[in-house]
Write a protein that binds this ligand. Sequence first.
Ligand code: HEC
Ligand code: HEC
Ligand code: HEC
Ligand code: HEC
Ligand code: HEC
Ligand code: HEC
Ligand code: HEC
Length: 266
Amino acid sequence: MNPPPKKSTQRIVIGAIVVWSALIISCVTAERIIVAPAHVAGATYVGSKECAQCHSDKTDHFAGATHARLHISDVKLGDTTCEACHGPASLHIQSGGKLGTIVNPRKNPEACFACHLDKRGEMSLPHTHPVLAGKVSCVDCHDVHKDKSVRGGGAALAASTETCLKCHTQQAGPFTYPHGAIKEEGCLACHNPHGTVNDKMLIARDANLCLRCHLSQLTPGFNIGGFKTGGAHANAVGSRLSEGACWSAGCHEGVHGSNVNASLRP
Ligand code: HEC
Ligand code: HEC
Ligand code: HEC
Ligand code: HEC
Ligand code: HEC
Ligand code: HEC
Ligand code: HEC
């Protein structure tokens, strides 16, 4: 066994041991354990420099990517960052890039689970995007070759919301009365796209989902968006919440926005 790898500020080092012709990565970083690295039978690692001659579109922007800090700690190999996800590339290069000679994680999330094991857990929860079923890919939401790995441009919040709206156009509106939550915190204010135990991947199943931001709605006299809630709202909440949650008890069904009513009625 190699000594435990160290996490420096610059790069995350992956300890490696060579067994026969395959390189098995056994890694412990501060947070992650690699269980089974991307594997190509009979191939060996060649280093990332080799990729540039044929894939400059990927290598040119890679330096700023989070995953550019990954590194297999073998001084003889040098930088093996690309192969941390794509597997050893010697056969790929010898064959001039023949298909089937290298791992493409778009088709298989296992390449990502090798390090992000917790995501396999989340993706196995009752309500999740159908990633394990192969209908949605990590790559639909993450571009690992550039910057921070969330698809879309701009700030992380804007980028992640934009990504969701590509597929979920209904929630985009435009609404006469959009819900301020989306502008403030985006879709992740209420959903975890990797999966949760709650219907619709909600991060809470009951009024707590809303109370994180609207706690004082229950307080008489609280005023939000010009709507005087007062004691009447507190009373209504008391009786209606036995029939469902804030969005399912016949009150605020338009959680993403409404064209009818500022109080997000459907
Ligand atoms: C000699 C040129 C060459 C080199 C060097 C090279 N590749 Fe490729 N690669 C190709 C070609 C050609 C393709 C196929 C493109 C196509 O058919 O669309 C390809 C395809 C790929 C694919 C997609 C495979 C798929 O199944 O979709 C990946 C991933 C890939 N290369 C990664 C790498 C990595 C990582 C390196 C460096 C370790 C590397 N390549 C080095 C030529 C090369
Ligand atoms: C964190 C994992 C990860 C790392 C590190 C990584 N890639 Fe990729 N690579 C992917 C994924 C995921 C895809 C599929 C992307 C897609 O289809 O949009 C991919 C696709 C590719 C492709 C196929 C291109 C295409 O458009 O179909 C090439 C070529 C490639 N990577 C080269 C590289 C090179 C070169 C490096 C190093 C500079 C690298 N990758 C580093 C995960 C990674
Ligand atoms: C060899 C290990 C490894 C593999 C394989 C890997 N990652 Fe990562 N990933 C990391 C590390 C380490 C971080 C940084 C964690 C940190 O800084 O806390 C990270 C961070 C991320 C982040 C957080 C956003 C960011 O850019 O900082 C996303 C999203 C991500 N990875 C997605 C993926 C996807 C999708 C794949 C498969 C295509 C993948 N990763 C494969 C190790 C890996
Ligand atoms: C439906 C979209 C979507 C899919 C599919 C998806 N993610 Fe994410 N992921 C996100 C968003 C959005 C974030 C939050 C980004 C932010 O905080 O700005 C995120 C954050 C992450 C992070 C960093 C924060 C954390 O939770 O640890 C990792 C790592 C990650 N994703 C890995 C993956 C992997 C691996 C897959 C595939 C198995 C995957 N994701 C599939 C949307 C998605
Ligand atoms: C690549 C397309 C795609 C992207 C991007 C995407 N989704 Fe999805 N989403 C789907 C698919 C497919 C389903 C499953 C639909 C089904 O099972 O009927 C789904 C289901 C959902 C559901 C549950 C819907 C239901 O009726 O049960 C929610 C909530 C959701 N997505 C939120 C998000 C959020 C939040 C984001 C951004 C972080 C996002 N999605 C990004 C394709 C996508
Ligand atoms: C304030 C919390 C909140 C925010 C923010 C939010 N959602 Fe939702 N979303 C919900 C609730 C609650 C439901 C369940 C509605 C139901 O079951 O009637 C839901 C349901 C969904 C569904 C299932 C179909 C439907 O409309 O019932 C999708 C898809 C979805 N949300 C996507 C998104 C996307 C994309 C974003 C970001 C643009 C987003 N949500 C932001 C609370 C939220
Ligand atoms: C991330 C914080 C956040 C969450 C979570 C949240 N909201 Fe909001 N909500 C806001 C903001 C911000 C406004 C706009 C306030 C303003 O314009 O003064 C708003 C406005 C509203 C309004 C309009 C009030 C009015 O009369 O103008 C209603 C109704 C509402 N939210 C209901 C809900 C419900 C129901 C939930 C749970 C499904 C929820 N909110 C979750 C932040 C949030």
